[in-house]
Design a protein around this ligand. Structure first.
Ligand code: KG4
Ligand code: ZN
Length: 336
Protein backbone atom coordinates (compact mmCIF):
# COMPACT_ATOMS: atom_id res chain seq x y z
CA UNK A 1 0.00 0.00 0.00
CA UNK A 2 1.38 3.42 -1.00
CA UNK A 3 0.40 6.19 1.34
CA UNK A 4 0.82 9.94 1.08
CA UNK A 5 1.47 11.54 4.48
CA UNK A 6 0.76 15.20 5.22
CA UNK A 7 1.93 17.11 8.30
CA UNK A 8 0.80 20.72 8.90
CA UNK A 9 0.14 20.89 12.66
CA UNK A 10 2.55 23.71 13.45
CA UNK A 11 5.39 25.42 11.59
CA UNK A 12 6.65 22.72 9.21
CA UNK A 13 4.92 21.59 6.04
CA UNK A 14 5.91 17.93 5.72
CA UNK A 15 4.98 15.54 2.92
CA UNK A 16 6.13 11.94 2.47
CA UNK A 17 5.32 8.76 0.59
CA UNK A 18 5.50 5.46 2.42
CA UNK A 19 5.09 2.04 0.83
CA UNK A 20 4.22 -0.78 3.22
CA UNK A 21 6.40 -3.14 1.13
CA UNK A 22 9.27 -0.88 0.12
CA UNK A 23 9.45 1.61 2.97
CA UNK A 24 9.92 5.34 2.61
CA UNK A 25 9.82 6.49 -1.03
CA UNK A 26 10.05 10.25 -0.60
CA UNK A 27 10.18 12.82 2.17
CA UNK A 28 10.07 16.57 1.64
CA UNK A 29 9.87 19.35 4.17
CA UNK A 30 9.43 23.09 4.19
CA UNK A 31 10.19 24.85 7.45
CA UNK A 32 8.56 28.18 8.33
CA UNK A 33 10.98 28.76 11.20
CA UNK A 34 12.75 31.72 9.56
CA UNK A 35 9.43 33.51 9.04
CA UNK A 36 8.25 33.01 12.64
CA UNK A 37 11.70 33.80 14.03
CA UNK A 38 11.05 37.51 13.46
CA UNK A 39 8.16 37.31 15.91
CA UNK A 40 9.91 35.16 18.52
CA UNK A 41 7.44 32.30 18.14
CA UNK A 42 4.89 30.71 15.82
CA UNK A 43 2.19 33.12 14.57
CA UNK A 44 -0.82 30.83 13.89
CA UNK A 45 -2.40 32.89 11.11
CA UNK A 46 0.89 33.14 9.21
CA UNK A 47 1.48 29.41 9.68
CA UNK A 48 -1.88 28.53 8.06
CA UNK A 49 -1.28 30.84 5.13
CA UNK A 50 2.17 29.45 4.49
CA UNK A 51 0.94 25.84 4.61
CA UNK A 52 -1.69 26.83 2.01
CA UNK A 53 1.03 28.25 -0.22
CA UNK A 54 3.44 25.32 0.14
CA UNK A 55 1.42 22.14 0.53
CA UNK A 56 0.35 21.37 -3.05
CA UNK A 57 3.78 22.09 -4.57
CA UNK A 58 5.37 19.85 -1.90
CA UNK A 59 2.95 17.02 -2.68
CA UNK A 60 3.93 17.27 -6.34
CA UNK A 61 7.62 17.37 -5.36
CA UNK A 62 7.25 14.19 -3.30
CA UNK A 63 5.43 12.38 -6.12
CA UNK A 64 8.13 13.47 -8.59
CA UNK A 65 10.91 12.35 -6.24
CA UNK A 66 9.29 8.91 -5.95
CA UNK A 67 8.46 8.84 -9.68
CA UNK A 68 4.85 8.15 -8.83
CA UNK A 69 1.70 9.40 -10.51
CA UNK A 70 -1.17 10.58 -8.34
CA UNK A 71 -3.32 7.63 -9.36
CA UNK A 72 -0.72 5.22 -7.99
CA UNK A 73 -1.56 6.29 -4.44
CA UNK A 74 -3.59 3.86 -2.32
CA UNK A 75 -4.36 6.12 0.62
CA UNK A 76 -3.73 9.47 2.29
CA UNK A 77 -2.88 10.21 5.94
CA UNK A 78 -2.82 13.66 7.50
CA UNK A 79 -2.18 15.05 10.96
CA UNK A 80 -5.62 15.62 12.49
CA UNK A 81 -4.24 16.98 15.79
CA UNK A 82 -3.13 18.12 18.22
CA UNK A 83 -1.86 21.42 16.86
CA UNK A 84 -2.89 24.85 15.61
CA UNK A 85 -6.42 24.53 14.29
CA UNK A 86 -5.97 26.71 11.20
CA UNK A 87 -2.75 24.93 10.28
CA UNK A 88 -4.34 21.50 10.80
CA UNK A 89 -7.28 22.46 8.58
CA UNK A 90 -4.98 23.12 5.63
CA UNK A 91 -3.63 19.55 5.75
CA UNK A 92 -7.01 18.02 6.56
CA UNK A 93 -8.93 19.73 3.76
CA UNK A 94 -6.22 19.09 1.19
CA UNK A 95 -6.04 15.40 2.18
CA UNK A 96 -9.82 14.98 2.03
CA UNK A 97 -10.14 16.85 -1.28
CA UNK A 98 -7.40 14.83 -2.91
CA UNK A 99 -8.68 11.53 -1.53
CA UNK A 100 -12.17 12.29 -2.82
CA UNK A 101 -10.84 13.18 -6.26
CA UNK A 102 -8.73 10.00 -6.42
CA UNK A 103 -11.40 7.85 -4.77
CA UNK A 104 -8.99 6.43 -2.18
CA UNK A 105 -9.29 6.17 1.63
CA UNK A 106 -8.10 9.00 3.87
CA UNK A 107 -7.29 9.00 7.59
CA UNK A 108 -6.51 11.68 10.16
CA UNK A 109 -3.75 10.56 12.54
CA UNK A 110 -2.44 11.73 15.89
CA UNK A 111 0.68 13.88 15.65
CA UNK A 112 2.22 12.41 18.80
CA UNK A 113 1.63 8.86 17.57
CA UNK A 114 3.68 9.94 14.58
CA UNK A 115 6.55 11.04 16.83
CA UNK A 116 6.16 7.93 18.96
CA UNK A 117 6.55 5.57 16.00
CA UNK A 118 9.10 7.61 14.01
CA UNK A 119 11.92 5.21 15.12
CA UNK A 120 10.06 2.49 13.18
CA UNK A 121 11.40 4.12 10.01
CA UNK A 122 14.99 3.27 11.00
CA UNK A 123 16.97 0.19 9.92
CA UNK A 124 16.78 -1.45 13.33
CA UNK A 125 13.36 -0.49 14.65
CA UNK A 126 12.39 -1.31 18.24
CA UNK A 127 10.15 -4.31 18.84
CA UNK A 128 7.03 -3.90 20.99
CA UNK A 129 6.62 -3.46 23.91
CA UNK A 130 8.71 -0.44 24.87
CA UNK A 131 8.75 2.67 27.02
CA UNK A 132 8.59 5.92 25.05
CA UNK A 133 9.67 9.35 26.16
CA UNK A 134 7.91 11.91 23.99
CA UNK A 135 9.58 15.28 24.32
CA UNK A 136 8.47 18.04 21.98
CA UNK A 137 7.51 21.69 22.04
CA UNK A 138 3.97 20.81 23.07
CA UNK A 139 4.31 17.54 25.01
CA UNK A 140 6.42 15.74 27.60
CA UNK A 141 5.07 12.27 28.22
CA UNK A 142 6.21 8.82 29.24
CA UNK A 143 4.14 6.13 27.54
CA UNK A 144 4.15 2.35 27.76
CA UNK A 145 3.66 1.11 24.22
CA UNK A 146 2.25 -2.40 23.79
CA UNK A 147 1.66 -2.17 20.02
CA UNK A 148 0.04 0.05 17.43
CA UNK A 149 -2.67 1.99 19.27
CA UNK A 150 -1.89 0.34 22.61
CA UNK A 151 -0.63 3.22 24.69
CA UNK A 152 -0.66 3.60 28.47
CA UNK A 153 0.27 7.02 29.79
CA UNK A 154 2.80 6.61 32.62
CA UNK A 155 3.39 10.28 33.30
CA UNK A 156 3.36 13.72 31.72
CA UNK A 157 4.19 17.34 32.35
CA UNK A 158 1.78 19.11 34.66
CA UNK A 159 2.75 22.46 33.11
CA UNK A 160 5.26 23.39 30.36
CA UNK A 161 6.60 20.81 27.91
CA UNK A 162 10.38 20.33 27.93
CA UNK A 163 10.75 21.90 24.47
CA UNK A 164 8.58 24.82 25.49
CA UNK A 165 10.83 25.35 28.52
CA UNK A 166 13.89 25.31 26.23
CA UNK A 167 12.23 27.89 23.98
CA UNK A 168 11.29 30.15 26.89
CA UNK A 169 14.73 29.91 28.51
CA UNK A 170 16.24 30.77 25.12
CA UNK A 171 14.09 33.89 24.91
CA UNK A 172 15.28 34.99 28.36
CA UNK A 173 18.87 34.56 27.22
CA UNK A 174 18.21 36.60 24.10
CA UNK A 175 18.38 33.65 21.70
CA UNK A 176 16.24 33.27 18.60
CA UNK A 177 13.28 30.90 18.14
CA UNK A 178 13.25 27.88 18.28
CA UNK A 179 15.48 27.96 21.29
CA UNK A 180 16.24 24.30 21.99
CA UNK A 181 19.15 23.84 19.60
CA UNK A 182 20.55 27.30 20.47
CA UNK A 183 20.45 26.71 24.22
CA UNK A 184 22.18 23.38 23.61
CA UNK A 185 24.90 25.01 21.53
CA UNK A 186 25.49 27.76 24.10
CA UNK A 187 25.50 25.25 26.97
CA UNK A 188 28.50 23.45 25.46
CA UNK A 189 30.65 26.41 26.51
CA UNK A 190 29.00 26.69 29.94
CA UNK A 191 30.49 25.74 33.29
CA UNK A 192 28.30 23.05 34.89
CA UNK A 193 29.50 23.94 38.41
CA UNK A 194 28.56 27.61 38.37
CA UNK A 195 24.80 27.25 38.99
CA UNK A 196 22.65 24.36 40.07
CA UNK A 197 18.96 24.44 39.17
CA UNK A 198 16.50 22.01 40.82
CA UNK A 199 15.34 18.71 39.29
CA UNK A 200 11.58 19.28 39.64
CA UNK A 201 9.38 16.46 40.98
CA UNK A 202 12.22 13.94 41.27
CA UNK A 203 12.21 13.82 45.07
CA UNK A 204 8.83 12.07 45.21
CA UNK A 205 7.58 8.93 43.49
CA UNK A 206 5.76 9.16 40.18
CA UNK A 207 6.50 9.84 36.55
CA UNK A 208 5.04 13.32 36.07
CA UNK A 209 7.17 16.31 35.13
CA UNK A 210 7.09 20.03 35.82
CA UNK A 211 9.31 22.43 33.89
CA UNK A 212 7.76 25.83 34.47
CA UNK A 213 9.79 26.47 37.67
CA UNK A 214 13.04 26.25 35.72
CA UNK A 215 11.98 29.37 33.81
CA UNK A 216 11.96 31.31 37.06
CA UNK A 217 15.42 29.99 37.98
CA UNK A 218 16.71 30.98 34.55
CA UNK A 219 15.20 34.44 34.78
CA UNK A 220 16.46 35.02 38.34
CA UNK A 221 19.99 33.92 37.49
CA UNK A 222 19.99 36.07 34.34
CA UNK A 223 18.57 39.19 36.01
CA UNK A 224 21.22 39.09 38.74
CA UNK A 225 23.97 39.26 36.13
CA UNK A 226 22.59 41.82 33.67
CA UNK A 227 24.52 45.07 33.26
CA UNK A 228 22.89 48.53 33.28
CA UNK A 229 21.78 48.14 29.68
CA UNK A 230 20.17 44.80 30.61
CA UNK A 231 22.77 42.80 28.69
CA UNK A 232 24.48 39.58 29.69
CA UNK A 233 28.07 38.71 28.90
CA UNK A 234 28.49 35.61 26.79
CA UNK A 235 30.05 33.39 29.49
CA UNK A 236 27.21 34.17 31.92
CA UNK A 237 24.65 33.23 29.28
CA UNK A 238 26.53 30.02 28.55
CA UNK A 239 26.73 29.10 32.25
CA UNK A 240 22.99 29.67 32.72
CA UNK A 241 22.19 27.71 29.56
CA UNK A 242 24.34 24.85 30.89
CA UNK A 243 22.60 24.83 34.28
CA UNK A 244 19.21 24.87 32.57
CA UNK A 245 20.05 22.08 30.15
CA UNK A 246 21.60 19.94 32.90
CA UNK A 247 18.43 20.33 34.99
CA UNK A 248 16.04 19.40 32.17
CA UNK A 249 18.19 16.50 30.95
CA UNK A 250 18.80 15.15 34.45
CA UNK A 251 15.07 15.27 35.22
CA UNK A 252 14.19 13.45 32.00
CA UNK A 253 16.88 10.83 32.65
CA UNK A 254 15.72 10.20 36.24
CA UNK A 255 12.13 9.66 35.07
CA UNK A 256 13.13 7.40 32.18
CA UNK A 257 15.16 5.28 34.58
CA UNK A 258 12.17 5.06 36.86
CA UNK A 259 9.82 4.14 33.99
CA UNK A 260 12.16 1.33 32.84
CA UNK A 261 12.46 -0.03 36.37
CA UNK A 262 8.72 0.22 37.00
CA UNK A 263 7.69 -1.54 33.78
CA UNK A 264 10.64 -3.96 33.65
CA UNK A 265 11.00 -3.14 29.94
CA UNK A 266 14.38 -3.10 28.20
CA UNK A 267 13.63 -0.83 25.27
CA UNK A 268 13.35 2.94 25.45
CA UNK A 269 12.17 5.03 22.51
CA UNK A 270 12.92 8.75 22.66
CA UNK A 271 11.17 10.96 20.12
CA UNK A 272 9.97 14.51 19.48
CA UNK A 273 12.05 17.65 18.93
CA UNK A 274 13.99 17.50 22.21
CA UNK A 275 15.16 13.95 21.42
CA UNK A 276 17.68 15.66 19.11
CA UNK A 277 19.47 16.97 22.22
CA UNK A 278 22.98 15.50 22.33
CA UNK A 279 23.42 15.69 26.10
CA UNK A 280 20.12 13.87 26.63
CA UNK A 281 21.21 11.09 24.26
CA UNK A 282 24.58 10.76 25.91
CA UNK A 283 23.13 10.53 29.41
CA UNK A 284 20.37 8.10 28.42
CA UNK A 285 22.95 5.96 26.66
CA UNK A 286 24.79 5.46 29.94
CA UNK A 287 21.58 4.66 31.85
CA UNK A 288 20.24 2.09 29.41
CA UNK A 289 23.65 0.40 29.16
CA UNK A 290 23.66 -0.03 32.95
CA UNK A 291 20.33 -1.87 32.69
CA UNK A 292 21.19 -4.05 29.71
CA UNK A 293 18.55 -2.04 27.88
CA UNK A 294 18.66 -0.14 24.61
CA UNK A 295 17.58 3.33 23.47
CA UNK A 296 16.05 3.98 20.05
CA UNK A 297 15.86 7.36 18.34
CA UNK A 298 14.55 8.63 15.04
CA UNK A 299 17.24 9.97 12.67
CA UNK A 300 17.87 13.69 13.24
CA UNK A 301 15.53 14.83 10.49
CA UNK A 302 12.65 12.81 11.95
CA UNK A 303 13.07 14.03 15.55
CA UNK A 304 11.22 17.23 14.68
CA UNK A 305 8.00 17.48 12.70
CA UNK A 306 7.92 15.68 9.35
CA UNK A 307 5.58 13.98 6.90
CA UNK A 308 7.31 10.59 7.06
CA UNK A 309 6.09 9.73 10.54
CA UNK A 310 2.52 10.62 9.53
CA UNK A 311 2.73 8.54 6.34
CA UNK A 312 4.08 5.61 8.39
CA UNK A 313 1.37 5.69 11.07
CA UNK A 314 -1.32 6.32 8.45
CA UNK A 315 -0.13 3.35 6.38
CA UNK A 316 -0.30 0.99 9.38
CA UNK A 317 -3.79 2.14 10.29
CA UNK A 318 -5.16 2.31 6.74
CA UNK A 319 -3.82 -1.20 6.19
CA UNK A 320 -5.83 -2.29 9.23
CA UNK A 321 -8.96 -0.89 7.56
CA UNK A 322 -9.29 2.39 9.45
CA UNK A 323 -10.49 5.44 7.54
CA UNK A 324 -12.28 8.77 7.99
CA UNK A 325 -15.84 9.16 6.83
CA UNK A 326 -16.54 12.19 4.64
CA UNK A 327 -15.83 14.61 7.49
CA UNK A 328 -12.34 16.05 7.74
CA UNK A 329 -10.92 16.30 11.24
CA UNK A 330 -8.90 19.09 12.86
CA UNK A 331 -8.60 18.54 16.61
CA UNK A 332 -6.42 21.14 18.37
CA UNK A 333 -6.47 19.29 21.72
CA UNK A 334 -6.43 15.53 21.53
CA UNK A 335 -4.97 13.18 24.16
CA UNK A 336 -2.93 10.27 22.80
O1 KG4 B 1 8.52 17.87 17.78
P1 KG4 B 1 8.78 19.27 17.43
O2 KG4 B 1 9.46 19.60 16.12
O3 KG4 B 1 7.47 20.11 17.39
C1 KG4 B 1 6.40 19.87 18.28
O4 KG4 B 1 5.58 18.97 17.98
O5 KG4 B 1 6.39 20.56 19.30
O6 KG4 B 1 9.62 19.88 18.64
C2 KG4 B 1 10.10 21.19 18.65
C3 KG4 B 1 10.75 21.47 19.99
C4 KG4 B 1 11.10 22.94 20.17
O7 KG4 B 1 10.64 23.33 21.45
C5 KG4 B 1 12.62 22.96 20.10
O8 KG4 B 1 13.20 24.00 20.85
C6 KG4 B 1 12.99 21.60 20.64
O9 KG4 B 1 11.99 20.73 20.12
N1 KG4 B 1 14.33 21.14 20.24
C7 KG4 B 1 15.37 20.95 21.09
C8 KG4 B 1 16.48 20.56 20.30
N2 KG4 B 1 16.08 20.53 18.99
C9 KG4 B 1 14.76 20.88 18.98
N3 KG4 B 1 15.45 21.08 22.42
C10 KG4 B 1 16.64 20.81 23.00
N4 KG4 B 1 17.75 20.45 22.33
C11 KG4 B 1 17.73 20.31 20.98
N5 KG4 B 1 18.82 19.95 20.33
ZN1 ZN C 1 5.85 17.55 16.80
Amino acid sequence: MRVLGIETSCDETGVALYDTDRGLLADVLYSQIAMHGEYGGVVPELASRDHTRKLLPLIQEALDAARLARDELDGIAYTAGPGLVGALMVGASTAHGLARALNIPVLGVHHMEGHLLAPMLEDEPPAFPFVALLVSGGHTQLVEVGGLGRYRLLGESVDDAAGEAFDKAAKMLGLAYPGGPQVARLAERGDPRRFRFPRPMTDRPGLDFSFSGLKTHTLTAANKLRDEAGELIDQDRADIARAFEEAVVDTLVIKCRRALDQTGLKRLVVAGGVSANARLRERLGVEVAKRGARAYYPRGRFCTDNGAMIAYVGAQRLLAGERDDTTMRAVPRWPL
